[in-house]
Design a protein around this ligand. Structure first.
Ligand code: DMJ
Length: 573
């Protein structure tokens, strides 16, 4: 802290500095953060070094047998025998690790990785890969590392860097383009990197597979000047949005040729998750109002039809009626997204629920049946997923509430206790027995370790504005990529607040949704209202009878008590 020279100010400043230095709680916090970031650093290198020793240049590490798997092709369901005999993998974990190495300040390894990739990585391989996975892991990893490499303030490159990663990204992006050649521009889920779309290729894809390509492909267009990548991804996204129901809900799977929905049940979890994420992040990165308008409607609909107390269930896209009452571990990214949208109070409430489940089992099971409070019988695994750590990082950034550091510490302890093995970190096959599985997914290095590290050391994000792709790869927000901020950006245009006081306590988005998200219990008269809003009787929205339920603020419809005792819009329209 630097102090001014004016005597009075100098005195005040010294007092503050002193208070900081002797305040045991802030001192304790700093010590804890330092200790924890070192622990996370060690975790990262344990995973990374083992990958480099036993698996590189193949795609991912098998930590129990200290061997490898070629996940890029495995993601295409191809077994190794279907690949060219000289195929040695595409070093996916290395590509995925570059941005984490940069954040950890390891310029030597970062530069070494770039050199190896520029000399050895080729996409001219006869392998069928999943477009979405290849986009978020490989294209996103390359673009993010390229941007970090050309930013001189990072001082990551000692020698010369000649845009090798960007050239690789461009080559990969071009190989993606044939996937978009469908009647409405909805991309195939699978593409053969050498030969394009294969004969008799499946026409089924997911909403996230189709609608979350815009960050990477948009960035690629901005960097190369070739507009084809961004327009292909944007056309697909717009088409998907046109296919929404009148409730502003989308299904989970669809047919890219007929443009029809195949699975009507929808959620914020698997198969849809990053669709929501990319609408908001694309708005932040490119400043296009369209993205915001889509996100705004989609977010309100998610709160209206999926939210159940602090949980989110699934609902039919046409009727809005609940379908499956389950928590999926992928949903744990949602509080992080809510923080970005400014809906911090709602984020905090749902984050706590995910954390309770983590505490109950030691890690997050893939699926948890909310109505029976049991784990899904066949989805008991935890593949080292990052989502809870990710949301914890966002919430700590937004609130600076040290409780989130404790959450991070719990996550770190669990990972070390249950998943660390001599050969790396292994996925959990069954969270009830903690039996392990021989797989260290590349997202453990790209996301899980990264978000945990950033939770305890935010110096990277403190310097500049970044958005993190769904795979945790940072892309700097630059004004040159931005359109002019639209008027609706300013909250006053879309809040129905009776009192200005609320604006400082809740986001404009949370003002529009029912149930009320953060009631001001101290000053109930200042609670924001829509004309018809009648709050539920219980603050946690639990109920025994319909009489305990209020009126929804957005639709002005009467809420009712569900079979499992929560108020919601359960009655048909
Ligand atoms: C990651 O590959 C990405 O975050 C993706 O969007 C879904 N989740 C996995 C890790 O759990």
């Amino acid at each position: 802290m630097s102090c001014p020279l004016h005597p009075k100010l100098l005195f005040l400043c010294l007092l503050i500095s002193l208070a900081f230095f002797i305040d045991p709680s802030s001192q304790h916090l700093e010590v804890k953060k330092k200790l924890m970031r070192e622990k996370v650093r060690q975790m990262f290198y344990h995973a990374y070094d083992n990958y480099m020793t036993y698996a590189f240049p193949h795609d991912e590490l098998k930590p129990l047998t200290k061997s490898f798997t070629d996940s890029l092709s495995e993601l295409g369901n191809l077994k190794l025998e279907h690949l060219p005999t000289d195929y040695n993998g595409s070093a996916v974990t290395l590509v995925e690790s570059l941005s984490s190495l940069a954040i950890l300040g390891n310029s030597t390894e970062f530069e070494k990785g770039i050199l190896w990739l520029s000399e050895n990585l080729t996409f001219d391989i006869d392998a069928r890969v999943n477009l979405f996975e290849c986009n978020i892991r490989v294209l996103g990893g390359l673009i993010s590392a390229h941007l970090l490499a050309i930013d001189p303030t990072n001082r990551l490159i000692q020698g010369s860097y000649n845009n090798q990663l960007l050239r690789l990204a461009e080559d990969l992006g071009k190989r993606f383009l044939p996937a978009f050649e469908t009647p409405k521009g909805l991309p195939y889920a699978w593409i053969n990197l050498k030969n394009g779309v294969m004969e008799n290729e499946t026409t089924e894809t997911s909403t996230s597979g189709c609608g979350s390509l815009i960050l990477e492909m948009g960035a690629l267009s901005r960097l190369t000047g070739d507009p084809r990548f961004e327009s292909a991804a944007l056309r697909a996204l717009r088409q998907l949005w046109r296919m929404r129901s009148s409730l502003d809900l989308l299904g989970t799977t669809l047919d890219v040729v007929t443009g029809e929905w195949l699975e009507y049940s929808s959620s914020i979890g698997a198969g849809v998750d990053s669709f929501y994420e990319y609408l908001l992040k694309a708005y932040i990165l490119f400043g296009k109002e369209d993205y915001w308008l889509m996100f705004h409607s989609a977010y309100l609909a998610s709160q209206k039809y999926f939210r159940h107390g602090h949980w989110y269930h699934e609902a039919n896209m046409w009727s809005g009626k609940p379908t499956y009452w389950q928590l999926t571990s992928l949903q744990a990214f949602w509080p992080g997204l809510q923080v970005l949208a400014g809906d911090v109070a709602a984020a905090n409430l749902s984050h706590r629920e995910f954390f309770h489940v983590w505490e109950k089992f030691g890690v997050l099971p893939e699926r948890y049946l909310l109505d029976h409070q049991i784990i899904h019988p066949t989805m008991k695994y935890y593949p080292l997923r990052p989502e809870l750590a990710e949301s914890t990082f966002y919430l700590y950034q937004a609130t600076k509430d040290p409780w989130y550091l404790d959450v991070g510490e719990t996550i770190v302890k669990s990972l070390n206790m249950y998943t660390k093995v001599p050969g790396g970190f292994a996925s959990v096959r069954d969270v009830t027995t903690m039996q392990l599985e021989d797989h260290q997914h590349s997202f453990f290095l790209a996301e899980t370790c990264k978000y945990l590290y950033l939770l305890f050391d935010d110096s990277f994000v403190a310097k500049k504005n970044y958005i993190f792709t769904t795979e945790g790869h940072p892309i700097q927000v630059m004004s040159s990529w931005h359109e002019k901020l639209p008027e609706s950006y300013f909250s006053g245009n879309w809040t129905f607040s009776k009192s200005g006081a609320w604006e400082s306590q809740a986001s404009a988005l949370s003002l529009q949704v029912c149930p009320s998200i953060a009631p001001n219990s101290r000053r109930p008269e200042q609670q924001r209202e829509s004309a018809c809003h009648v709050p539920d009787k219980q603050i946690d929205h639990r109920c025994w009878t319909n009489k305990e339920c209020g009126v929804d603020a957005t639709t002005c419809r009467q809420r009712s008590c569900s079979g499992v005792g929560f108020c919601g819009l359960w009655n048909p329209l």
